[in-house]
Design a binder for this molecule. Structure first.
Ligand code: NAP
Length: 248
């Protein structure tokens, strides 16, 4: 029904949390996967487990998304192995939170380079093969914080808002070649990243979620599967909020 079987997806930040959830969800639908993390041992184990469990081909890659050399070489390896890239999921992300008066320049740069420049590098690297294929779905994982802003997260919010501008611009640039570019803006999803948020802030956020619960990686993964499949064929340039109603 979803027309995903035999497709090829590249997922950054696939070693845990939301990225791992996306990998498992796409594998369930028969998608072959290139899985990316900065840690080769971890991502190799993830890739082997997924292949064994779902019977799809997987290619683990150690790539720092901040490095254009590593990204370009990685995309070449994916094309050498799979000959096509149908779905690109830019999910890798970090936080270095602080109030602006304490926010170090390096914390600004690390977050912008990982969360925004990393996605730019992958979009640029997959654009050509997708243009040749005259098909592709790029999905950038932003955040509700990129839409609403958040005290103490100026760097993160700027990067995540930047992803929305990047996605909309590429949707306009690449739409004529049947390449769709969309953004997902997750709300509070249980993961290592949110484990680190102080309990007081979590309680406060929880009280503002109309659905009365935190999200799971699976909720984001289902949205990726939808956008990556033919069910999302007429959707581009959208920002899809998967946040339990937190932002409205
Ligand atoms: P997470 O558990 O901390 O996972 C982050 C992933 O990014 C890991 O796989 C990590 O891999 C990878 N990564 C970090 N820096 C990288 C780099 N330089 N190169 C390659 N990979 C890198 O985070 P998460 O909660 O699953 O979040 C995933 C994405 O969703 C992020 O973009 C985050 O901003 C966004 N998001 C999360 C939430 C939430 O509530 N959790 C809400 C909104 C948006 P290694 O450490 O193995 O390299």
């Amino acid at each position: 029904m979803e027309s995903l079987k035999g497709k090829v997806a590249v997922i950054t930040g696939a070693s845990r949390g939301i990225g791992l959830g996306i990998a498992e969800r796409l594998a369930q639908s028969g998608v072959n996967l290139a899985l990316i993390s900065t840690n080769l041992d971890t991502i190799t184990k993830v890739a082997n487990d997924i292949s064994e469990k779902y019977g799809v081909k997987t290619l683990p890659l150690q790539i720092d998304v901040k490095s254009s050399e590593e990204v370009n070489a990685g995309v070449k390896t994916v094309l050498d192995s799979f000959s096509q890239i149908d779905i690109m999921v830019n999910n890798a992300g970090i936080t270095r939170d602080n109030l602006i008066i304490r926010l170090k320049e390096d914390d600004w740069s690390q977050v912008i380079d990982t969360n925004l420049k990393g996605a730019f590098l992958f979009c640029k690297a997959v654009a050509k093969p997708m243009m040749k294929q005259r098909a592709g779905s790029i999905i950038n994982i932003s955040s509700v914080v990129g839409v609403m802003g958040n005290a103490g997260q100026a760097n993160y919010a700027a990067a995540k808002a930047g992803l929305i501008g990047l996605s909309k611009s590429l949707a306009k640039e690449l739409g004529g070649r049947n390449i769709r570019v969309n953004t997902i803006a997750p709300g509070f999803i249980v993961s290592k990243m949110t484990d680190e948020i102080p309990q007081k802030s979590k309680d406060e956020m929880f009280s503002r979620i109309p659905l009365g619960k935190f999200g799971e990686a699976k909720n984001i993964a289902d949205c990726v599967a939808f956008l990556g499949s033919s069910m999302g064929n007429y959707i581009t340039g959208s920002v899809i909020q998967v946040d339990g109603g937190l932002n409205m």
